[in-house]
Design a protein around this ligand. Structure first.
Ligand code: ATR
Length: 271
């Protein structure tokens, strides 16, 4: 096939920012490719992946509701297997393989956008939220050899996740103040702050030595990030996580360095 086809499998996918972000990369590097959204029936995931393979599709991103089910229809790598979710399928090998670039993307966002003095190895990281996003971020941070404290509204879910993640401990939200006093990194992986001016973290628990990253990207400037900036913390907004999960997928599929600036511009101009 002359033209490479990439895409997103989800249902719904209407509001996705992935097509313009990836197509900006193809344009920048003069790659003849398209990034298409697909909305298969939730029961048809396996047929969709087999069909994509048969048609010569190069790569697919995977989103709700297919991230977990995709584990069973591709060969997942170790990280995707441990996280329990695939967000990227690579068709360039003998058989489709599954990966999770949400984890690597979050790490890369922290590494590239935080102050150069932040080393994740040995860092004390607090992840708020134990849902799908929290899982990926907690496993990613543990892989980078950070110590991970997971705080969740439903405390039992934080303990369950912490049991699976190396060097992790689970807590309720009431522990945040104490945890943050000695923390280097804080990541909001809850939906709090999306479309509402709310934060899951008390402002007076924040301090200037923190790097604070928010998975929420609508709005870009969440109340958490404003509170963090007010105390002099380094802030990393949710668009960086979205960007770098796409960057990591692009690089896996194409074997080339992603044109990060062009992808970032395409993304941010739409937020
Ligand atoms: P995602 O895949 O985006 O992580 P999710 O799996 O539904 O979405 O997880 C949502 C996360 O946001 C959970 O950690 C949830 O806490 P609970 O496990 O207690 O439900 C958290 N969350 C959602 N609304 C919240 C709120 N108002 N206050 C605190 N945490 C909230």
């Amino acid at each position: 096939m002359a033209m490479d086809v990439f895409g997103l499998l989800g249902n719904p996918v209407g509001h996705s920012l992935s097509p313009p972000m990836h197509e900006a990369a193809y344009e920048e590097l003069d790659i003849d490719a398209r990034y298409v959204t697909f909305e298969p029936d939730p029961d048809d995931l396996e047929a969709a992946v087999e069909g994509a393979a048969a048609l010569g599709v190069t790569g697919l991103n995977v989103t709700i509701p297919f991230k977990r089910d995709a584990l069973a229809v591709v060969e997942p790598d170790d990280l995707a297997d441990r996280i329990g979710a695939v967000n990227t399928i690579d068709f360039t090998g003998d058989r489709p393989t599954g990966h999770n670039t949400d984890a690597g993307g979050a790490l890369r966002a922290l590494r590239e956008q935080s102050d150069a003095s932040l080393s994740l190895e040995g860092a004390r990281a607090v992840v708020v939220g134990a849902g799908g996003a929290g899982r990926a971020i907690a496993f990613g941070l543990a892989d980078a050899d950070a110590t991970v404290d997971i705080a969740n509204r439903t405390e039992s879910k934080a303990h369950d996740l912490a049991d699976e993640v190396p060097n992790a401990t689970g807590h309720g939200l009431d522990a945040l103040e104490e945890l943050l006093a000695d923390a280097d990194v804080l990541v909001n992986a809850t939906s709090v702050g999306m479309e509402e001016d709310a934060t899951p973290v008390p402002a007076d628990a924040l301090h200037g030595d923190l790097t604070v990253m928010d998975a929420v990207y609508r709005p870009l400037e969440t109340r958490l990030l404003r509170d963090a900036a007010d105390v002099g913390a380094t802030t990393v907004d949710g668009a960086w996580m979205l960007l770098y999960q796409g960057v990591e997928a692009f690089e896996r599929w194409t074997g080339r360095d992603a044109p990060v600036d062009a992808m970032n511009e395409a993304l941010r101009s739409r937020l």
